[in-house]
Design a protein around this ligand. Structure first.
Ligand code: AMP
Ligand code: ZN
Length: 117
């Protein structure tokens, strides 16, 4: 599991690795996914390093709510709030988590199949 010092998303947040930032505030940074799976595919990333959902504590409840409300706001700004969009946290190996700093995927702009792969 990545430590903060070698965490890709901590480096992006610190400006040490370039990224296409679409939104940021004191709590969150939102970037375009480098390998987009839909016309809109962004990652909503907390500035705090939390490796997986398994590491959340009650103190993070507001943070997680803020992440989902930001997803809804970005979907609305992009005009996808009525067509539809998907929000996903991948957790650990079988879900394909590849960056161990929690991030909420926001996908929209095409018909998204169910069940997911
Ligand atoms: P996950 O598999 O849920 O951990 O998602 C990690 C996501 O980060 C993948 O969708 C990658 O395409 C994306 N990603 C990896 N490196 C970068 C990067 N440098 N900038 C933006 N997105 C990235
Ligand atoms: Zn991190």
């Amino acid at each position: 599991m990545a430590r903060m010092s070698d965490c890709l998303f901590c480096k992006i947040i610190a400006g040490q690795v370039p990224a296409s930032i679409v939104y940021q505030d004191e709590t969150l940074v939102v970037i375009k996914d480098i390998n987009p799976q839909a016309p809109l595919h962004v990652l909503i990333i907390p500035r705090t390093h939390i490796p997986t959902l398994n590491d959340l504590s009650p103190a993070d409840d507001a943070l997680v709510g803020t992440m989902f409300r930001r997803a809804a706001a970005l979907a609305k700004e992009s005009g996808y709030h009525e067509r539809g969009y998907r929000t996903v946290f991948n957790t650990s190996r079988e879900a394909g988590q590849s960056v161990f700093h929690i991030h909420l995927h926001l996908l929209a702009g095409r018909a998204l199949t169910w069940p997911p792969g």
